[in-house]
Design a protein around this ligand. Structure first.
Ligand code: AVJ
Length: 328
């Protein structure tokens, strides 16, 4: 296991803060108001997301985990058919699902190394340490970077065939066009013969989807509201969290889950970082997240339009989640 490669600009905290302040200023000055789900994942938000993954209503993580258990032997054979490869894990996090693949790769004695990438330095630190214990013979090179920086790095530094994982339905947070553009960028950083495994949450009973983002215990509400807490903490905001509520809805025609923070009264909020006030009408909402669901044909078409060819789709037993294997 090598030391981390840190390509994040975390060292320059003031620039990060300025960027966040500008994002909030723009988003709260617009009508309708919006903030990006990118900013959910500070230390507290990352903890809350871990709790979300354990919720009875949040089926996504369990579905993809059981899909992996079900199909990992076939996946590993498909990955390793061309000999040695770099296994690149975009947004690896705690790599809970990827670990199933790592075990299987070692069981089948396939030659590969592992390159987890994530924007969270602490997550990559912990994962490296953890893998050193569990897989002492595995060569691990963790990279701390945003997606695009990470992709540029891998194109310049990894010389062998690549298998890129983008799991967990993280693609869902992109608008459909942006999602296609992102997959196209991945394709442009790969060579013919490289592989790409895309995790997608499929359209299903709208009640099941809605419940996953509107859980009874209120963890998702806390996760959403943490965005305002983060603004208070990092930008000197004075949001009163009791004056806002989490609201979630699913549009079964567009296949999109949307989350909002709704102002329950007319109010003004002050931000020290911008020395500015933002006003809310009673019941005015901030759009904070979209989670897009795909049909298999839609996701196949997105891969094709990005320049990939579908090899196969691995489904969980309920048919609600897919890991789709594409070839560059
Ligand atoms: C991490 C983007 C896959 O959209 O399902 C979970 C984030 N938001 N509950 C998702 C999330 C609210 C999650 N992704």
């Amino acid at each position: 296991t090598n030391p981390l490669i840190d390509l994040s600009r975390k060292t320059n905290g003031t620039q990060d803060r300025a960027e966040f302040a500008k994002h909030v200023a723009d988003g709260l000055s617009q009508h309708p108001k919006k903030l990006s789900s990118r900013y959910f994942y500070d230390a507290k938000g990352s903890k809350l997301f871990q709790q979300i993954m354990d919720l009875p209503e949040y089926y996504l993580t369990r579905a993809e985990y059981s899909l992996m258990q079900r199909h990992r032997s076939a996946m590993v054979r498909a990955f390793a058919a061309g000999g040695f490869f770099h296994l690149v894990d975009l947004g690896a996090g705690d790599a809970l699902k990827t670990k199933l693949l790592l075990q299987e790769l070692e069981r089948q004695q396939k030659p590969f190394d592992y390159v987890p990438m994530d924007i969270s330095g602490s997550a990559m630190q912990e994962l490296s340490k953890d893998l050193q214990q569990a897989h002492p013979d595995l060569h691990v090179q963790a990279v701390v970077a945003e997606y695009i920086t990470g992709l540029q790095w891998l194109e310049q530094h990894l010389t062998e065939r690549k298998v890129v994982l983008f799991l967990g339905s993280n693609i869902g947070n992109f608008e459909r066009e942006e999602g296609l553009e992102f997959i196209s960028q991945i394709r442009r950083h790969l060579q013919p013969g490289d592989l790409f495994l895309l995790g997608v949450d499929l359209t299903k009973d709208p009640d099941i989807i809605l419940a996953a983002y509107n859980d009874a215990s209120g963890v998702t509400a806390a996760f959403n509201l943490n965005l305002l807490e983060r603004i208070n903490r990092e930008l000197g905001g004075n949001f009163d969290l009791d004056d806002f509520k989490h609201f979630a809805l699913y549009d079964p025609q567009l296949g999109v889950m949307k989350s909002f923070l709704v102002s329950q009264c007319e109010q003004e909020v002050y931000l020290e970082a911008n020395q500015a006030r933002y006003s809310f009408a009673a019941w005015e909402a901030i759009h904070t997240e979209s989670s897009h669901k795909y049909t298999l044909p839609q996701a196949t078409e997105m891969g094709r339009s990005a320049g990939f060819e579908l090899v196969t789709s691995y489904l969980d037993e309920k048919g609600g989640f897919a890991d789709m294997l594409f070839k560059a």
